[in-house]
Ligand binder design. Structure first.
Ligand code: MG
Length: 158
C-alpha cells in the first residue's frame, strides 16, 4: 500500500454582517469571512491538503478568485470536484484532521455538525474526520478578531 500526506492552510479576513461558514455549516456569528466564494476557510484548507498530497497544485489553480463563475460559490462544490480528482487517481482517505483558529464565537457546539457535514459531503465514516477549534489567546490578527485561520492535514491511501 502507498500512503501520501497533505497539508493545507488558509486565512480569511473577518467583517461584520457577513455569514460565517465552516465545513459547510453556517455558524451564528457577528462576523463572517470576506471572500470571493462563500469563504469557507476550513473547506479551502481541506481542498489544499487533498491537492497537496498528490502534488496537484492548489485551490487557486482550479478555481481562480478572479473568475465570476466562482463568485459566492458554495465551497462544498469545490471540495467535491477536488475529491473527485483524488478518487479518479485511485486514492481513498485514511483520515482528515482540521484545526480552526478563531477567537469568537466558540465553535465547540458546532464541531459534531461540521464533522457530520464533511462525512456526508465526502461519503466517509465520521470517525475518519476530526475537526478541532482553538482561540489565539487574544494574540495577533486572530486574537483581535480580524481574521480566521485553518490548518488541514490529510492521509491518502492507495
Ligand atoms: Mg480561502
Amino acid at each position: 500500500m502507498e500512503i501520501r500526506v497533505g497539508n493545507g492552510f488558509d486565512i480569511h479576513e473577518l467583517a461584520p454582517g457577513l455569514p460565517l461558514r465552516l465545513c459547510g455549516v453556517t455558524i451564528p456569528s457577528e462576523q463572517g469571512c470576506v471572500a470571493h466564494s462563500d469563504g469557507d476557510v476550513a473547506i479551502h484548507a481541506l481542498c489544499d491538503a487533498l491537492l497537496g498530497a498528490l502534488a496537484l497544485g492548489d485551490i487557486g489553480k482550479y478555481f481562480p478568485d478572479t473568475s465570476d463563475e466562482y463568485k459566492g460559490i458554495d465551497s462544498r462544490i469545490l471540495l467535491k470536484r477536488i475529491f473527485e480528482m483524488v478518487k479518479e487517481r485511485g486514492w481513498s482517505i485514511g483520515n482528515i484532521d482540521i484545526t480552526i483558529m478563531l477567537q469568537k464565537p466558540k465553535l465547540a457546539p458546532y464541531i459534531l455538525e461540521m464533522r457530520e457535514m464533511l462525512a456526508s459531503e465526502m461519503d466517509l465514516d465520521m470517525e475518519r474526520i476530526s475537526v478541532k477549534a482553538t482561540t489565539a489567546e487574544k494574540l495577533g490578527f486572530v486574537g483581535r478578531e480580524e481574521g480566521i485561520a485553518t490548518f488541514a492535514t490529510i492521509l491518502l491511501l492507495n
